[in-house]
Design a protein around this ligand. Structure first.
Ligand code: URA
Ligand code: CA
Length: 433
């Protein structure tokens, strides 16, 4: 088989065979096929697309390019939740202990944040002592005993995707539905998920800026999952404004604690109940979504969800007592209110720009090497659709430096107040097939 023939075939809009896709992925992983040929193929795929069969084959070829995690030693159906990334997205911190409190096994592999989006591991590291450097055996034992554990991303998972993603990044081929969908799904499948709940974000703070793009990506991922034998569904949720109030690591841990007690922000709580119900049903712990939702609300109300969070933190070296005394979380030196300049209704809070404002404070990384400040961030005091009086705070900045001029300017430029605005719809669509 010759790579040039595979490239030409896709360039001409024809369907590649399973063998041809395998040949490309294996050859590229082993370094036998050069970057320039794979770049040409990626560009051909960008313009000519892939059929469902090609997408499934590409996904599984990438899964098999490296190590895969065998979670079969964990009892029950392992349901993984994946978010395409947003601003102030505290859902994983809440969902993991919440569904684990209903005996749904949560064996989560997580990463760190980059740019305007935060990472679950960074947030958890706001808790003194907590770490994800545990062995695979410890990971499996913890999930079997207490139903929840988080481990850092293994370096050997889907090497083909790692190489291809880096290549796409510099060849204008990131934004291709078949390539994004297979990239994301290959990582979930390699990490051992039996079933997958996808939270596909749409809006300014999301990877997909429009509903149409988000729906196309969601459909593509759901079809790949179901075609390779992993039950998969997707929720398309709003990321035009940040989720909840807190953006920043320790602030989001506090928000997660509130939400686990049933006292969290309305949007975060609702999203957690929607995604959580799907997970509980896929794990066959409830007969339908309504029953699952009632069960989730019950463990929020009776303290079981919070107790599960505490156990989870203690199990991985963390100080679980922060659950009872959140003042033990890293605290910022300065709290600076940013007052509204006029009265009206908040009509826009541009999520990605607010995420960048939090990053400027040190809450996130501009480059992979940056150190982050776990204490700092932004607390929204208003959400889109809320009334505000001139002089009332729009946000509170949590900083470890006194001069936050640049951050304030960014906030004023990206929170708009008008005469009238409605709160955005949180759940746009649910895709199950
Ligand atoms: N995230 C991924 O993991 N892969 C892509 O291709 C795009 C976003
Ligand atoms: Ca939040």
């Amino acid at each position: 088989m010759r790579m040039v023939d595979v490239i030409s075939k896709k360039r001409d809009g024809k369907e590649l065979t399973t063998e041809e896709i395998q040949f490309v992925v294996d050859g590229y992983t082993e370094g036998k096929i050069p970057d320039y040929q794979v770049s040409a193929l990626a560009m051909a795929i960008f313009f000519q697309d892939m059929t469902d069969r090609e997408r499934a084959d590409l996904t599984m070829a990438m899964v098999n390019s490296g190590e895969t995690i065998d979670l079969s030693a964990i009892e029950g159906i392992k349901v993984d939740k994946h978010s395409t990334g947003g601003v102030g997205d505290t859902t994983t911190l809440v969902l993991a202990p919440l569904v684990a409190a209903l005996d749904v096994p949560v064996a989560k592999m997580s990463g760190r944040g980059l740019g305007h989006t935060g990472g679950t591991i960074d947030k958890l590291e706001a808790i003194e002592g907590f770490h994800v450097e545990i062995t695979k055996d410890q990971f499996i034992d913890l999930v079997n005993r207490d139903k929840v554990a988080v481990i850092g991303q293994s370096g050997n998972l889907t090497p083909a995707d790692k190489k291809l993603y880096a290549l796409r990044d510099v060849t204008g081929t990131v934004n291709s539905i078949p390539l994004i969908a297979s990239s994301i799904m290959s990582k979930k499948i390699a990490a051992g998920a039996d079933a997958i709940v996808l939270d596909v974000k749409t809006g300014a703070g999301a990877f997909m800026k429009t509903d149409e793009d988000a729906e196309n990506l969601a459909h593509a991922m759901v079809r790949i999952g179901n075609n390779v034998g992993r039950q998969t569904m997707a929720v398309i949720s709003d990321m035009s404004q940040p989720l909840g109030f807190a953006i920043g690591n320790a602030l989001e841990v506090q928000e997660a604690i509130d939400t686990l007690k049933g006292e969290g922000p309305e949007d975060l709580t609702e999203l957690v109940l929607i995604l959580g119900s799907q997970m509980v049903v896929l794990a066959k712990k409830a007969k339908d979504l309504d029953e699952a939702r009632d069960m989730l609300k019950e463990v929020m109300a009776n303290g079981k969800a919070l107790a599960k969070f505490k156990d989870f933190l203690n199990n991985q070296g963390g100080d679980g007592s922060i659950v009872d005394d959140p003042s033990k979380l890293p605290q910022a030196e300065f709290k600076i209110d940013v007052p509204a300049k006029e009265s009206g209704v908040v009509s826009e809070i541009v999520a990605d720009e607010i995420g960048i404002a939090a990053m400027l404070l040190g809450a996130g990384r501009a480059t992979k090497e940056d150190e982050i400040d776990l204490a700092v961030g932004i607390m929204l005091r208003k959400k889109v659709g809320d009334k505000v009086e001139a002089g009332e705070p729009l946000v509170t900045i949590y900083a470890n430096k006194e001069d936050v001029k640049a951050v304030e300017e960014k906030i004023y430029a990206n929170i708009k107040v008008s005469d009238h605005a409605d709160a955005p719809k949180l759940i746009h669509t649910i895709i199950t097939k």
